[in-house]
Design a protein around this ligand. Sequence first.
Ligand code: ATP
Length: 365
Amino acid sequence: MHNQFGIRFEAVRKTFGAETIIPSLDLDIISGERLVLLGPSGCGKTTIMRLIAGLEQVSSGDIYMGGKKVNGMDASERNVSMVFQNYALYPHMTVFDNMAFSLKLRKVPKTEMTRRIQEIADKLELGHLLKRKPRELSGGQRQRVALGRAIAQQSPYFLLDEPLSNLDAQLRTNARNELVELHETYPTTMIYVTHDQVEAMTIGHRIAVLRKGQVQQISSPDDIYNRPANKFVATFIGNPPMNVVSVQMSDNGLLFAEQEIILPNVIRAELVRQSGRQVLLGIRPEALKLQLGVEPRSSGFSVKGEYLRTEYLGAQYVHHVAVQQQRLLIATPTPAGVSPHSNVTITASFEHLHFFDAGEGEQRI
Ligand code: ATP
């Protein structure tokens, strides 16, 4: 797709008083994609959205929308529709009037307006509620009205800032799927802010993981999950989080809690070349296997530990195992059938091992 409705940040800096929220951001959002901004509270997600919408102006740097520089351009000129966490519906207006608001401002003919609102309302299962006021709706219905109002605007840019955070878990799942389907029906350049990683993985064509106003990695959900760029991304995505432990390079591989893991020469050589003797080893809980007893294994990651306890999370069991002072989490779909304080062996295949530089930045090796 050509980049008719792409958005580009070039060395964008944003400060509030003495505080630098975004030091220097380069970001290319592709026309028609669903890009998720994901990161911890305060990392600057909402600020980035407000910069796109024109509700904030850059301190320095440039923002381009559809190839045109928009610095200094007013929010009303940017042709952006937005849905925020609190929906901000007009309480005294009906569902229809809320959804029709921007069309009335634009003086869209009445028949065309009615047709369009009805179509969107039907799609959102609001067709029978058009005469109601927001207070007569459930939380989920209100949220759909806010979405419908934004869709009715037919802007090429669609900004959603934690739009589902007021919904309960079941509604969130439904709304998430609806959103993706709606986007397929009404394609726009969609930017979606969340700190919920499941939402990020299921909604985004790409995810930008942010920390302190800086992009740590921007890539497909698959890449972010399977090839995290650094330790921050690795541990931010995934629940329970990736195990990351400090290991020492040894003659034949590496030492973890005084146990030696024999590594293939190519992997070992690369680690030594890139990082020296100290490395961080990451393994996702679901990549680890738990066996009762002490079972030596010649190939792959294998360590002995003491089984501590299990957390039952419904779809999975999370087992806690102590390996000396360190603790590893292992996630399995079935119970382990191991009693506390048993000796266990934990294994993983080489392909599931992630290595990060123990130095600053903790980059993937
Ligand atoms: P959350 O997930 O909690 O919503 P966020 O990633 O969206 O967080 P922002 O709302 O962008 O974060 O805020 C980033 C930082 O900028 C925060 O430290 C916030 O306090 C600060 N900030 C935002 N707006 C202003 C403002 N108008 N004046 C001063 N500081 C601000």
